[in-house]
Design a protein around this ligand. Structure first.
Ligand SMILES: C[S@@+](CC[C@H](N)C(=O)[O-])C[C@H]1O[C@@H](n2cnc3c(N)ncnc32)[C@H](O)[C@@H]1O
Length: 267
């Protein structure tokens, strides 16, 4: 689980330079568009779990016409920043940001038409428990959209370079200060099923994410990254370059996978 030390001012500043204002995950606003392609959330009541700096919540109202977004996060600093970004955007009436504790969601059953998680479940230890809470808080017929990273699990056929690059990526991110609890796609699918959610579609997004990581690595190697280096300091900047390089390799070798899950509460 994420603790309060993982997102320092420097990391928050550096990530927004890489991923876009309001975003703490690769792909930023472009990926929100990809996650929502073929899905029209206009007029919906939305829950954004792990809203971070609020970029996705703001985008859902401003660019997709949703009626209301509730963004929740466990990190007080991120909640404060997201709240301030919502105020700056003049969207207080249609976006509320709440700090929560890990575990049960503080909402009544059937409160939302749509739940979104962008690169959040990979930080949570119990996928089935969070999916059960998503099922409970979705209305019947409601949708869950999830962008996340997966590992390939443990089996003998995994190519050596896929395993090695995945292990180096995980170690690299630890050195950078971020930790994950990766699981394979099939573990997500079985946790969704045990929570009562029906898988509607899985889109493999690994190749797109590998391109995003390649762009990130080349940006970090270029002159444009001076301000990221200043924000992170030398040691963390080098850890960031290593982690981005290993993410590109792990995604390229398919030791790390990225995908979009589209699931529904059907009852
Ligand atoms: C990689 S960041 C992604 C943030 C945001 N979704 C984005 O794409 O910019 C993961 C986020 O999940 C939050 N998080 C981790 N565990 C959580 C939990 N149990 N409940 C709510 N948020 C959580 C973290 O604090 C962090 O903001």
């Amino acid at each position: 689980m994420i603790n309060n030390t993982q997102y320092s001012d420097g990391v928050i500043a550096g990530m927004q330079m890489l991923y876009g204002a309001g975003f703490l995950s690769p792909g930023g606003p472009d990926e929100v568009g990809q996650l929502l392609s073929d899905f029209d959330p206009a007029g919906m009541r939305v829950l954004d779990i792990g809203c971070g700096l609020g970029g996705c919540a703001i985008m859902l109202v401003r660019d997709f016409g949703v009626a209301h977004v509730t963004g929740i996060d466990i990190e007080p600093e991120l909640v404060a920043r997201a709240t301030s970004a919502v105020g700056d955007a003049g969207l207080q009436a249609s976006v509320s940001i709440n700090q929560v504790e890990p575990g049960s969601l503080p909402f009544d059953e059937k409160s939302f038409d749509l739940v979104v998680t962008k690169d959040v479940i990979c930080h949570m230890p119990d996928k089935a428990a969070v999916f059960a809470e998503i099922f409970r808080t979705l209305r019947p017929g409601g949708t869950y959209l999830c962008a996340d990273f997966f590992n390939v699990g443990a089996h003998e056929d995994i190519p050596v370079d896929a395993k090695a690059s995945y292990d180096s990526y995980v170690e690299g991110m630890k050195a950078y200060g971020l930790s994950f609890i990766f699981e394979p796609q099939f573990a997500y699918e079985s946790a969704l099923a045990s929570a009562g959610l029906t898988l509607h579609e899985f889109r493999d997004h690994t190749a797109v994410s590998a391109d995003v990581a390649a762009q990130e690595r080349s940006f970090l190697a270029g002159a444009g990254s001076v301000s990221i280096k200043e924000a992170l300091g030398d040691e963390r900047f080098h850890a960031r370059i290593h982690a981005s390089t290993m993410r590109e390799k792990a995604l390229g070798a398919r030791g790390l996978l990225h995908g979009h899950i589209h699931a529904k509460r059907i009852d």
